[in-house]
Design a protein around this ligand. Structure first.
Ligand code: BGC
Length: 696
């Protein structure tokens, strides 16, 4: 069977409907692509994310993630914990499971409805006994009350009237990195599980499973209840070592839709202060009470509140594109996923991981992706969210100071990868494109993130005019960032300049390079802008600057030092040419040509290339010089930008999903319209067509 995600490559019948700019449709069940579809159909509300499992098949890579909930267990670095899966649901007609991919499956389709913030799966089924039914399920993860999620199931029997069975449970066998023999591990041990006793159609007929992470001891409790207005009967309750499940029987009538809801409530010990009480008991009680009030209010009331919240969100974030459904749908899909990954109001302890909350990619860690690629969207649509994301970094200044000290510098150095504590969490070892085990250097030397965060603070301040933030937090961050750079850049007698040696720029194909132009230019710019901002504040409120300097552990003299380093910092520029050299010696490298592209238009490695030594060539992973134009385009002449865009674009392998969007953004004002459009489409289709081959 051919799997069809309605993406921009291929419009299905559904995709051609007028409403298609609000929907993503998967019109066929393909077990080999189940994990990717689970990512695409994931529903998040920023507090948590449920991957897009569905009742018509066993889950492929189930995932239930909570923002900021990390643990190590036997891993050297913290990972976003995959929590117990509260979604398992099976429907049986004449004792046969309704299941996609089986003979009885006549039609299967899934839809992501962006306008209502829900996903739907529908199937028509013919049992071996001849019983026929249409079954539909719709799930939302509430944006109104972020602990609540709900699945509504409608069953319409075509030609029979009798009892059917529904089994719904919570699966505590949550494994991290399922299927990876070296990395598979458990982050949780079961604390308690069972059934709430009481009358039916109350959460009394619900079940719960509570678990605790191995070393951080964070508790997470999932509770769920089946809610059916027309009556249900519990036939069986089952408790295994890692599972709790109830089997209900429901009476159905030929041609009459039967509707029931699964109401879910989730809570973790991160959410509530449990001082003085037995944590697990208190956690389970909170879950019980939460579920009880959810069931009492009714799933439909929550749906209405969720949809109101979804509409309000769209009012803040939507961008309309006329005349291009493909671009519109793709853009909306990404706007939605990005906006619903932001930690909810009040939570400054979490940020947004490079893979959102949608899976275990990069262990849920936070990179420069957040400040450089995501933050502008929030600054211009929901500035309070942008501020929260910056506050995550502010709260982690203590760890950033330790990180700077460990490299012999003062000030603050932010980690390349960050989890819950703000410490450096980059793994030390990985596998390169040739399949060889290699040392990962990014944690030690991809220093530009500390400039990126400074840039983000300035950008937020400039766009919002939030002087209070700047006075209380932003300026301190900038001063500590500058203090780090003033120590990290070294004066070299030979050149008579400050240089920044042994780093990795945005292009990670080249490690241990000197004077990466992106890094040096940005550092210089931040040093200058910080001194300007501090001097301005000094003139209006010297006491406030004095307090900020004290908090940063710095003296007023540091401003002079920052200006001096900025003035003498080497910024590589093209000699007799418009071209800017990405780092010292880049133009001396081999220059193989990219001549082939895959079916998604993504470059293929040149034939003769030694994948273990890409660093000997001018091929780049993602924009680096062009990245500088994306941030500070107004500082460069158009002809310089054009020359460099054309040069580096030809050498870019786009091995990061951060790459195409930047070539779109920078290319458009340079008149590279065809390129810009092509890259824009690649960017918005990244996960819809899986052009990085990692959507799963
Ligand atoms: C990219 C980085 C990015 C990271 C997380 C890497 O492949 O090269 O720029 O921060 O992925 O998305």
């Amino acid at each position: 069977m051919q799997h069809k995600l309605t993406s921009l490559r291929e419009d299905t019948a559904f995709g051609r409907q007028a409403s298609s700019v609000w929907t993503v449709v998967d019109s066929c069940f393909d077990p080999t692509k189940a994990s990717s579809a689970e990512t695409v159909f994931a529903l998040s509300n920023g507090y948590r994310c449920l991957r897009g499992t569905h009742l018509f098949a066993e889950s492929s890579l189930p995932g239930n993630f909570f923002a900021g909930l990390f643990d190590c267990s036997d891993s050297a670095i913290p990972e976003l914990v995959n929590c117990p899966d509260p979604t398992p649901l099976r429907v049986f007609i004449d004792y046969e499971r309704v299941s996609a991919g089986n003979e009885g499956s006549v039609m299967f389709e899934r839809t992501y409805d962006l306008s209502r913030g829900c996903s739907k799966a529908v199937m028509t089924w013919k049992a071996a006994t001849g019983a026929e039914a249409l079954i539909e399920s719709e799930r939302f993860v509430s944006l109104a009350d972020r602990h609540r999620w709900c699945e509504t199931i409608t069953i319409i029997p075509g030609n029979f009237s009798r009892r059917i069975l529904v089994a719904a449970g919570i699966d505590g066998d949550a494994l991290a990195n399922r299927g990876h023999p070296m990395e598979e591990r458990r982050h949780l041990s079961l604390a308690s599980a069972g059934f709430f006793s009481g009358k039916e159609n109350d959460c009394a007929s619900g079940l719960y499973l509570s678990a605790r992470t191995i070393d951080r001891k964070i508790g997470v409790c999932e509770a769920r209840a089946l809610y059916c207005a027309s009556g249900s009967q519990i036939e069986k309750q089952r408790r295994g070592p890692d599972l709790v499940e109830s089997v209900w029987s429901l009476e159905v009538q030929e041609g009459v839709p039967l509707v029931f809801h699964i109401a879910g409530y989730s809570v973790t010990t991160r959410d509530i202060d449990y001082a003085g009480s037995d944590t697990d008991e208190a956690l389970v009680r909170t879950a019980f009470e939460g579920l009880q009030s959810f069931v009492r209010e009714g799933p439909e009331a929550e749906r209405a509140k969720h949809e109101t919240a979804v509409r309000e969100l769209w009012d803040a974030i939507d961008i309309e594109i006329d005349g291009d459904q493909r671009a519109q749908r793709g853009l909306r899909y990404n706007l939605w996923q990005l906006a619903t990954c932001a930690p909810p109001p009040g939570d400054e302890r979490a940020s947004i991981g490079a893979k959102g909350l949608h899976g275990e990619g990069y262990k849920g860690h936070v990179f420069w992706d957040t400040e450089t690629f995501m933050l502008p969207f929030f600054i211009h649509t929901q500035s309070e969210t942008a501020k929260r994301l910056l506050m995550y970094r502010y709260r982690n200044l203590v760890a950033a100071r330790r990180n700077a000290t460990s490299t012999g510098c003062c000030g603050a150095r932010f980690p390349w990868e960050s989890a819950d504590t703000g410490e450096e969490t980059t793994p030390l070892w990985g596998v390169n494109y040739a399949g060889e085990r290699v040392r990962i250097w990014t944690g030690e030397i991809e220093a530009h993130i500390t400039a990126d965060i400074g840039f983000a603070v300035l950008q937020y301040w400039q766009a919002t005019g939030d002087n209070e933030f700047m006075r209380n937090f932003g300026l301190q961050m900038l001063l500590e960032i500058c203090a780090f750079w003033a120590g990290f850049a070294k004066f070299e007698k030979e050149s008579g300049q400050y240089e920044i040696r042994d780093v990795i720029g945005p292009d990670e194909f080249h490690e241990h390079v000197d004077n990466n132009v992106y890094t040096n230019y940005l550092v210089k710019w931040i040093l200058i802008r910080t001194v300007e901002a501090a001097s301005k504040e000094l003139a209006s409120d010297p006491a406030s600057v004095a307090a900020t300097l004290r908090a940063a552990g710095l003296e007023l003299e540091c401003l002079k030092e920052f200006s001096r380093v900025a003035g003498l910092l080497k910024v590589p520029a093209g000699k007799d040419t418009l071209l800017i050299e990405q780092f010292d010696g880049y133009f001396d490298l081999d220059d193989p040509e990219i001549t082939r592209w895959d079916e998604n238009g993504m470059p293929l490695w040149p034939d003769s290339l030694d994948l273990g030594r890409i660093d000997r060539t001018q091929l780049i992973k993602q924009p680096d010089v062009v990245m500088l134009f994306a941030l500070l385009g107004s500082e460069f002449d158009r002809e310089v930008k054009c020359a460099n865009y054309d040069y580096y674009e030809k050498r870019t392998m786009h091995k990061s999903s951060l790459s195409p969007s930047m070539y779109a953004m920078v290319g458009l004002p340079l008149g590279r319209n065809a390129h810009a459009y092509e890259y824009f489409i690649k960017a918005v289709e990244t996960d819809l067509v899986d052009n990085q081959r990692n959507t799963a």
